[in-house]
Ligand binder design. Structure first.
Ligand SMILES: C[S@@+](CC[C@H](N)C(=O)[O-])C[C@H]1O[C@@H](n2cnc3c(N)ncnc32)[C@H](O)[C@@H]1O
Length: 197
């Protein structure tokens, strides 16, 4: 049995049996390749000699400095201009919007604000990042936005994300990223395909 087929969920209705195939659900697919014994092995940091820990930290810092130098480049985007000038927002709200504006600035710089794109927001919460990306891509009405989150929130913003057949498409997937199989085509799958047996 393939990993993907293990992700199926069975739901019994009073009069007939339904089989919900969540094609994107694959248990543990993003948990790494550790074998079962490794996963079971639990130990406390207190069990590791301090000197070993220090060496490990030095090693990680050295590798980081040598290989992962990410220069800070804060960008912005006009789609959030009005929001950023709104004096009624407090410091955290403005900081959040600045982060989103910078992310969208980077997407634009990388040439990713264009038509026929599918954006997957991992840990989407209210989905406001996707919301602003869509505003930045307003002329591209054939983009898809997939909002992934394991939790629930107030979906007030979702009311802005409804178009007729011909507009951008927003879909929500409620799942832990740990089990999210991205190697499938989910848009218009209805997310959970419902098949009567
Ligand atoms: C800071 S909030 C949302 C941020 C949002 N992307 C934004 O820009 O406003 C982080 C979200 O990540 C979700 N989250 C955290 N870990 C997750 C996981 N393993 N799988 C799915 N969602 C996760 C939480 O439920 C939460 O809604």
């Amino acid at each position: 049995m393939s990993k993907a087929t293990r992700g199926f969920t069975y739901v019994y209705q009073p009069l007939c049996k339904f089989y919900i195939c969540q094609a994107y659900h694959c248990p543990g697919i993003n948990s790494g390749e550790a074998d079962e014994d490794d996963l079971d092995a639990k130990f406390s940091l207190l069990d590791i000699p301090t000197e070993d820990l220090k060496q490990l930290i030095l090693k990680i810092n050295k590798l980081y400095d040598e290989h992962i130098k990410i220069p800070t480049e804060i960008l912005s985007h006009s789609c959030l201009e009005e929001e950023l000038c709104n004096n009624s927002y407090g410091i955290p709200a403005i900081r959040h919007r600045k982060q989103q504006a910078s992310l969208i600035g980077h997407l634009e710089k990388m040439g990713l604000i264009k038509e026929a794109m599918t954006f997957v927001e991992l840990g989407a919460g209210k989905g406001m990042l996707s919301h602003w990306i869509q505003k930045a891509s307003e002329e591209n009405d054939n983009c898809n936005y997939i909002l992934v989150d394991r939790g629930t929130c107030r979906y007030k913003a979702d009311n802005f994300h409804k178009w007729d057949d011909k507009g951008p498409k927003f879909e929500r997937i409620r799942i832990d990223i740990e089990h999210l199989h991205l190697g499938i085509h989910f848009i218009n799958s209805g997310c959970a395909r419902l098949q009567k047996l």
